[in-house]
Design a protein around this ligand. Structure first.
Ligand code: 5GP
Ligand code: ZN
Length: 115
């Protein structure tokens, strides 16, 4: 995708502070962190929103969760816990139209919408 910010980050056209990278997935620190640790995990393949995940993407989505576990262990917030958020579309407040998983960690999160 030509004009996609996160595709540009994948291609290295826009710099990012990388946390993890493999052939399918990139994780990097959010430029405007909401918590002491705020990491974005994205598929390198352009998938616009959660609605656009296809059957063939199932493996990559599963792998993203394994990568999140790996990052949680390596960055040492596995035991304390964290929150994973996906914003989808207008009502979900999605600003960047390339599927991304927010990992929020490093403080006790109180602003729960559910639970
Ligand atoms: P959304 O609101 O779409 O779920 O989240 C987009 C996230 O991308 C926001 O938390 C925002 O701070 C982050 N972001 C926007 N532009 C950049 C950028 O150029 N670099 C990085 N690392 N994060 C960005
Ligand atoms: Zn993209």
């Amino acid at each position: 995708m030509e004009d996609c910010l996160f595709c540009k980050i994948v291609k290295g056209e826009i710099p990012s502070n990388k946390v993890y990278e493999d052939e399918d997935i990139l994780a990097f620190y959010d430029i405007n962190p909401a918590t002491p640790i705020h990491i974005l995990v994205i598929p390198k393949k352009h998938i616009t929103t959660h609605n656009d995940i296809k059957e063939e993407d199932s493996k990559i989505i599963g792998k993203i969760h394994m990568v999140i576990n790996k990052i949680a262990e390596e960055k040492d917030f596995k035991e304390k816990g964290y929150r994973i958020i996906i914003n989808c579309g207008e009502d979900g407040g999605q600003e960047v139209k390339h599927l991304h998983f927010h990992i929020l960690a490093g403080k006790k999160l109180g602003e729960k919408i559910i639970g």
